[in-house]
Design a protein around this ligand. Structure first.
Ligand code: SF4
Length: 213
């Protein structure tokens, strides 16, 4: 597998925010979001080739049964990822899969020990036309759909998506790092978006914009 990095930190985003987690960042992505904060896992050659057993070995050393698989776009390495996820689930790990909303995760991620954290890219990302909206309606109540919001245009877009599709998953509005969190929070309150959670990226509040946390 092409691995960008494996590290132990707290979950900085979404419903599991604050929980100790092992992160496995897979290399490569077929999208190019304007505000991408992990371009080192998208382009270039900053990755290690590892076998599935080597990846599992690194995960095990952290002695933490919660794993977040992120990227890049993890589903580009679909076959290997499926094997890794099956092995981890059989060894009683719980998994969060972070994915970009344009690829259908394989069946293992729709089982009870896995949570799918899917993005809906807004216009500010430049990637909103790449989304597969049918996936949003497939998400289960235990999954989450995350909108990364940069400005008013993104905010209105996210609201429109919520009206247009029947979404059972938890809804997260996350400001692009550096965007005014207070502005986004007040817009959600004004509009009484009762199903929306506004969440910052906790790891960046703690450590700033650095790798490996
Ligand atoms: S999908 Fe994720 S990794 Fe890929 S370019 Fe967008 S933010 Fe970066």
């Amino acid at each position: 597998m092409k691995i960008s990095e494996i590290f132990f930190s707290i979950q900085g985003e979404g419903m599991e925010i604050g929980l100790p987690t092992v992160f496995v960042r897979l290399f490569a992505c077929d999208l190019r979001c304007t505000w991408c904060d992990s371009m080192y896992a998208v382009e270039g050659r900053d990755f290690k080739d590892m076998t599935i057993d080597e990846v599992k070995g690194e995960i095990e050393q952290f002695k933490c049964k919660r794993v977040c698989i992120t990227g890049g776009e993890p589903l580009i390495q679909r076959k290997e990822l499926e094997v890794l996820a099956k092995d981890l689930v059989s060894e009683c790990y719980t998994i969060v899969l972070e994915t970009s909303g344009h690829k259908d995760p394989p069946p293992i991620f729709w089982t009870e020990n896995c949570l799918i954290s899917m993005d809906c890219k807004c216009p500010g990302s430049g990637m909103h036309e790449k989304m597969d909206f049918s996936l949003f309606e497939k998400l289960r109540p235990e999954d989450q759909l995350k909108f990364v919001i940069q400005d008013e245009l993104d905010y209105e877009y996210a609201k429109e998506i919520l009206t247009k599709y029947q979404i059972r998953a938890s809804i997260i509005f996350q400001p692009v790092y550096g965007t005014n969190l207070k502005w986004l929070t007040e817009r959600v309150l004004e509009d009484r978006l009762e199903k929306v959670r506004v969440l910052p990226q906790l790891h960046k509040i703690i450590w700033g914009e650095i790798r490996g946390v």
